[in-house]
Ligand binder design. Structure first.
Ligand SMILES: [Zn+2]
Length: 396
């Protein structure tokens, strides 16, 4: 069995190659904007009509003919898809014009438009670009998207088929509680995910770059080159930290999914309140990303995933299910049950409550308290595989 996935690599185009890529993007962007213009003038641009637009424009404009036909066709295909999507999804705006200053270059090529020769990505008109092959492609790619990010780095994202990876069969369940200082606290401490240390290591460097930015900032006037440099440096450090966070969360999620067949997670929704601190916002964002990674992986591996509502999870005893009368203050790290005397770390207790709720076939502490039925008799409301995403999309 095969699955279709993307493999992304860094590109290292020289000055000439970068110029050629940007020129290609300029032509594709012009076409996109031309299609937007047509749509505004009332004619609904079907794909056939867009094809005609391309043929006519290429016949009329020599500078457009200089570009790759494949990339231009793909731009219009993207446009048609985006338009289609905007009709299907409520509240989504129609595709708008891409401005030269704010849009990021992105070019798509099918097999007619690219190949891999001598370790380089070969594009139409003799353009070849060195690729940093950080891992091996599992199969010959069927298409590639060449794009530049906000830092000016170029990437090639290949669409490839690969064998579906067999997941070892997991044993038992795991409960996960999200937090600030420890991103994920698990029922089993060996599966805890600490708040990424590299961000802390990066923080000093980042603070230095940001101070430099502040020093060089000129109020109400055009910014200096030194300021732009400092800004770029800060952006680079932020991106680096983000990449490392993504990496460690992937490694962690794989380990959790490989060893368990029931995964119960606190259904955490970040609020991004204006009054919350920057640290809190960063931690919330980290939790959001890790949770998404874990759930996607677990669903793909066919694990049972239960999203448990966070209400009362920190106030309930994981041993006897009695609820504390008062909410624990944030600084109180220990949970102590008044009914049975059970003591544990507060986050660990919450993780155990989350798992216990899921094992009883429920999605919230309240359900367990109200049903009062033994675990075996409980109605299973756990959600499997594809259902989970479907349910969550509906509820949105
Ligand atoms: Zn208790």
């Amino acid at each position: 069995m095969n699955e279709v996935v993307r493999y992304t690599y860094r590109l290292r185009p020289g000055g000439t190659a970068e110029e050629a890529l940007l020129a290609e993007w300029g032509r594709c962007r012009w076409l996109w904007n031309e299609a937007v213009h047509q749509q505004k003038s009332g004619r609904k641009p079907t794909f056939a009509r867009l094809g005609k637009l391309l043929t006519e424009a290429r016949a009329k404009l020599p500078w457009l003919r200089d570009g790759s036909q494949v990339a231009q066709q793909q731009t219009l295909r993207d446009y048609a898809q985006s338009l289609d999507h905007s009709f299907k999804v409520k509240g989504r705006g129609r595709p708008s014009a891409k401005s030269r200053k704010t849009s990021l270059p992105s070019l798509q090529y099918t097999t007619r438009g690219f190949s891999i020769r001598d370790g380089r990505l070969a594009l139409p008109r003799g353009l070849t670009i060195p690729v940093v092959w950080s891992r091996e492609l599992p199969s010959p790619p069927t298409s590639v998207r060449v794009y530049r990010d906000s830092l000016g780095h170029w990437y090639a994202s290949f669409v490839v088929r690969r064998e579906i990876q067999v997941h070892p069969s997991g044993h038992g369940g795991i409960g996960i509680d999200w937090g600030v200082s420890t991103t994920a606290t698990a029922t089993d401490p060996t599966f805890d995910l600490p708040h990424s240390g590299h961000r802390r290591r990066c923080a000093a460097e980042l603070a230095r770059a940001q101070r430099k930015m502040a020093r060089r900032h000129r109020k109400g006037r055009a910014q200096s080159r030194g300021y732009a440099q400092a800004k770029r440096e800060a952006a680079r450090l932020l991106k680096k930290a983000a990449r490392q966070t993504v990496h460690s969360s992937r490694v962690w999620a794989k380990r959790v999914v490989d060893r368990h067949d029931l995964i119960a997670v606190e259904d955490f929704e970040p609020l991004f309140l204006a009054k919350s601190t920057m640290a809190r916002k960063a931690a919330d964002a980290a939790v959001g990303a890790v949770k998404r990674e874990l759930v996607q992986r677990a669903v793909r591996a066919g694990r049972k995933v239960v999203m448990v509502r966070p209400a009362y999870t920190t106030m309930t005893c994981s041993s006897c299910f009695a609820r504390a009368k008062q909410r624990l203050e944030l600084h109180e790290r220990d949970f102590r049950c008044e009914s049975c005397g059970f003591r544990d770390d507060r986050d660990r207790n919450a993780a155990r409550v989350i798992l216990a709720v899921a094992e009883r076939g429920h999605v919230s502490v309240e359900d367990v308290r109200q049903s009062d039925s033994p675990p075996s008799g409980a109605v299973s409301v756990a959600i499997r595989a594809g259902d989970l995403l479907a349910v969550r999309q509906q509820s949105r």
